[in-house]
Design a protein around this ligand. Structure first.
Ligand code: AMP
Length: 383
């Protein structure tokens, strides 16, 4: 049987995006520069992607009639936010292609389905158990040991909905914290590094991955990413191969990010999948031949993928709301380094922990790029 490759969706066409945050904003900017029109759909009022979209729908994801009205205006639907109900993607898919498709969303928006998919297809993950009762939790602790991380199966991100359990006395309180939601118990991974691979695949099966990113977190939120990761070439290859296998098995048309742990004994484990662009990939805008956002456009529209080559070592630092605590940050001070680039997401409310923007710096070495970006971020709050 031959797979029919759909016709490419060419510049001039309209792309629909579910979600309207900063990932949607940067996607829209990339799509517009390639000559596409953008229509966004989300429940948010005045979202980051609004001012750069050609048209904005404000509606609930459950409003299937409105979703279909939106879908009729576009040639393809993609997303920047994966927690969209299955019925929403189904409704859109009755009208136009949804890329990646609803099945990819269904698997990746639920940690148990995701880890079960990975494990049953031979991709390495930390041992895990489904938790519906305190008895399940006690059994999991006996079988997999402690410490462990207990997470809600759905709707968790940036460490929300998860607790680390160090000893058996903490089990009842950890179970209470699930508040009746389905949980997943994961054996704690003693990791050396956290890595991510952002990769794209087209309907014809063309695959391309960006260099491996190395990620540092603060308070469970991504803090600084740099690339290429400081790992042996053998491990970088293994990480890219894992991503290729996962995108193929899931039959992804579009972009998908694989978050990974490198354990202290040199093994790579998959932590999480995100069927979209990723915060750790922001440095591709300034450091790679093709940005992750342009790559998403190319992949969902069936254009040839762009080169993911990194021109220079690069580092990205997130700008969170607390930087606004004492007034507007000192932008000029941060930009005094000519290799530093500023990206702001157009958010007007600077809440603590909210991602407001990021800085990227390039350098002759990774160390230099990281030092530059960290120094620039410090300069934002200098008087
Ligand atoms: P997640 O929401 O699954 O991406 O988890 C957020 C962060 O919590 C990760 O980036 C890790 O730093 C940490 N974490 C998650 N799961 C585990 C685990 N099984 N073992 C150790 N650390 C973890």
């Amino acid at each position: 049987m031959t797979n029919k490759i759909p016709k490419p969706i060419l510049p001039g066409a309209t792309i629909g995006v579910l979600g309207s945050g900063q990932l949607g904003r940067m996607f829209a900017l990339a799509a517009r520069s390639l000559g596409y029109r953008i229509v966004i759909y989300s429940p948010e009022c005045a979202p980051p992607a609004g001012p750069v979209a050609d048209k904005e729908y404000v509606g609930e994801y459950e409003d299937l009639q409105k979703i279909q009205q939106f879908a009729r205006e576009v040639q393809v639907v993609t997303f920047e936010f994966e927690n969209v109900p299955s019925l929403t993607t189904k409704a859109a898919a009755e009208i136009v292609p949804v890329r990646p498709d609803g099945e990819v969303l269904h698997i990746t928006q639920h940690r148990l389905r995701e880890k079960t998919f990975l494990q049953s297809n031979g991709f390495p993950v930390t041992p895990f158990r489904r938790i519906d009762s305190l008895e399940d939790l006690q059994r999991a602790a006996r079988e997999l040991g402690l410490p462990a991380v207990l997470k809600t199966a759905s709707f968790g991100y940036d460490g929300k909905g998860q607790v680390k359990i160090k000893s058996a006395v903490e089990l009842p309180a950890a179970f209470e914290a699930l508040k009746g939601q389905e949980g997943i118990y994961e054996a704690f991974v003693n990791f050396e590094k956290e890595l991510s691979v952002v990769a794209a695949r087209t309907a014809s099966g063309e695959f391309s991955a960006f260099p491996v990113f190395e990620n540092g977190h603060a308070n469970h939120i991504l803090d600084v990413t740099f690339a290429p990761a400081r790992i042996e070439p053998r491990l970088a290859k293994e990480a890219a191969n894992l991503a290729a296998g996962i995108l193929e098995k899931l039959n992804v048309v579009g972009l998908l990010t694989v978050e990974m742990f490198l354990t202290k004994d040199g093994k790579i484990l998959v932590n999480e999948l995100a069927p979209r662009t990723h915060n750790s990939g922001h440095l591709t805008i300034d450091a790679c031949v093709t940005s992750q956002f342009e790559q998403q456009v190319r992949a969902v529209c069936g254009l040839p993928l762009g080169s993911t080559e990194i021109r220079k070592p690069a580092a990205m630092a997130n700008l969170l709301g607390h930087l606004w605590q004492d007034g507007e940050p000192n932008w000029a001070a941060a930009l005094r380094d000519p290799e530093v680039k500023l990206h702001l997401y157009g958010k007007t409310q600077a809440r603590v922990g909210r991602k407001m923007g990021h800085l990227t710096a390039t350098g002759n070495t990774i160390e230099e790029a990281v030092a530059r970006v960290v120094k620039a971020r410090e300069a934002l709050v200098s008087k």
